[in-house]
Write a protein that binds this ligand. Sequence first.
Ligand SMILES: NC(=O)c1ccc[n+]([C@@H]2O[C@H](COP(=O)([O-])OP(=O)(O)OC[C@H]3O[C@@H](n4cnc5c(N)ncnc54)[C@H](O)[C@@H]3O)[C@@H](O)[C@H]2O)c1
Ligand SMILES: [Zn+2]
Length: 364
Amino acid sequence: MKKNMRIVARKNIDESYNVSYCENYTEELISDLKRNYWGNKYAIITDSQVKKLYADELVKKLKKAGIKVDVISFPKGEKNKTFQSAEKLILQLSKLNFQRKDCIIGIGGGVVGDIAGFVASIYMRGIPFIQIPTTLLAMIDSSVGGKTGVDTEIGKNLIGTFHRPKKVYINPEFLKSLTKKQLENGFSELIKYGIIAKPKILNLLEKYKEQILSFEPKIIQDLIMTAVDIKASIVMQDEFEDGLRKTLNYGHTIGHAIEKVSDFTVQHGEAVGLGIRIINSIALNKKWFKEKDANRITALLDSYGLPNKLPKNINIEKIIDAMKSDKKAEGEIIIYVVPKKIGKVILTNKISKPDIRKACKKHM
Ligand SMILES: NC(=O)c1ccc[n+]([C@@H]2O[C@H](COP(=O)([O-])OP(=O)(O)OC[C@H]3O[C@@H](n4cnc5c(N)ncnc54)[C@H](O)[C@@H]3O)[C@@H](O)[C@H]2O)c1
Ligand SMILES: [Zn+2]
C-alpha cells in the first residue's frame, strides 16, 4: 500500500485582461458580452449611490440588448467593505440561482471593486468578474492588479484574494459626478505615480490643471491611461508584492496611520498627500532628496487642494504606533518608500521614530 503520494498541481493559465478606455462603455460592454462567453447570466454588484446614478440604467440597457442580468447592492462607504456585506451579497447570488458559469460585474469605486472581486473569487470557489470603475481612484489604481478584499477588525484590506477581472472598462463620463473630495483621492495617487515611476504625470498635472478639472477628453485620457500603464507595468513585474509593487506604497505607510488615528476623518487621498509631504521632508532632511524636487511636489499637492497640515490635536505617537500594525510592516521593521529623485524611489528601513516625529511636527 502507498504511504505517500504526490499531487501535481502546477498552474499554467493565461489570465491576461484588457483595460479599455471607452467613451461609450455600454456599447462596448454589450458587444463583448454577446461575443465572449463570460457568463450565462450576469450579476451587477454596486453600492447604493452608484446604483441610483449608473447601475440601474446599465441594467435597463443590458436587458434591452437581451442579456440576462440582475442587480444587487450594499450601502455605500468604506465602513461597509466587510465580510458581512460580502456574505449578504453571496446569499442574494444564491437566491438568484447564480452558478459557476455566471459572471459578476462590479460597477463603482474601489470599495465596490474590492468587494465584488472578493465575492467573485469565493462564490462557488470563484466565478468570472468584470470591473467598471467609477471613481478616479478606482480607474487608475484599484481596478488594475487583481487585488480584492474586505476590511476586518484586524485591519484594512487584510483579508482578500487575487482574482483577475476578465476586462476593465474605463468610462471618463463617470468622473463628472464625483465630488471635489472624491477627485482628490485620485490626484494624490496620480502624484504618487509621477514620483515613483513617470514624471510625465507630474508635467500633465502641472501644465493642464484647468483642462483636467474641466475634464477635457484628450488630457483626461492621457492622464488616466499613463497612470494605468504605470500600475499595469508594476503589477506585471511583481503581482504578489515581493518587491517592486511595494513602491506603490509611497506616501501610504504614514498615510494609512494618519487615516487610522484620525478615525478616518482624514480621507485616504488627503492622508496619502500628507504621507507624501512627511516622507519627503524626512528624505530632504537626510539629503536623500533635492529641495528643488521636494518643492515641486509640495506645490503640486497644494495646487490640487491636498491639505498641508495634520488635523489639530492629532497624536503623533499614535501615528508612529499605528504604522507598526499596517499590513505592509514586516514584523517590527517598517519599510518606507523614499524618493531619491522624481521618477525614482527606494525602499529603506533607515528611518527612526525621531525622524518621523520631527517631520510630523513640521506639518502640525
Ligand atoms: N484593490 C486594490 O488594489 C486597491 C487599490 C487602491 C485602493 N483600493 C481600495 O479602494 C477603496 C477606495 O476607493 P474609492 O476612493 O473609489 O471609494 P468608494 O468606492 O467608497 O467611492 C467613494 C464614494 O463615491 C461614490 N461614487 C462612486 N463613483 C461615483 C461617481 N461616478 N459619481 C458620484 N459618486 C460616486 C461611492 O458611492 C462612494 O460613496 C478603498 O477601500 C481601498 O482600500 C483597492
Ligand atoms: Zn492609495
